[in-house]
Design a protein. Structure first.
Length: 82
């Protein structure tokens, strides 16, 4: 059976079902990693590793990259850090 779309807040502030948004991959600016990820981070992605391996730094870089304009390969989006 078809699963319902997730409940999202629309641009008018109302809750309801909406069509999924078109997603632009978030580039990492690391050519090999972007290639391995199929063009960048495209969905919810788990990042794991030992302490001091760069997980937080990568996430901070992705937050910046998400806001870059498309002219430089960004997604022109916003980031919420939880």
């Amino acid at each position: 059976s078809k699963l319902p779309l997730p409940v999202m807040v629309s641009s008018n502030g109302r809750l309801g079902y909406e069509e999924p948004l078109t997603r632009t991959p978030i580039i990492t600016l690391i050519e090999g990693l972007d290639r391995a990820l199929g063009g960048g981070v495209q969905a919810l992605t788990e990042i794991s590793g030992p302490p001091s391996s760069g997980k937080t730094q990568l996430c901070m870089q992705l937050a910046v990259d998400a806001s870059l304009p498309p002219s430089v390969g960004g997604a022109a989006g916003t980031t919420i850090w939880v």
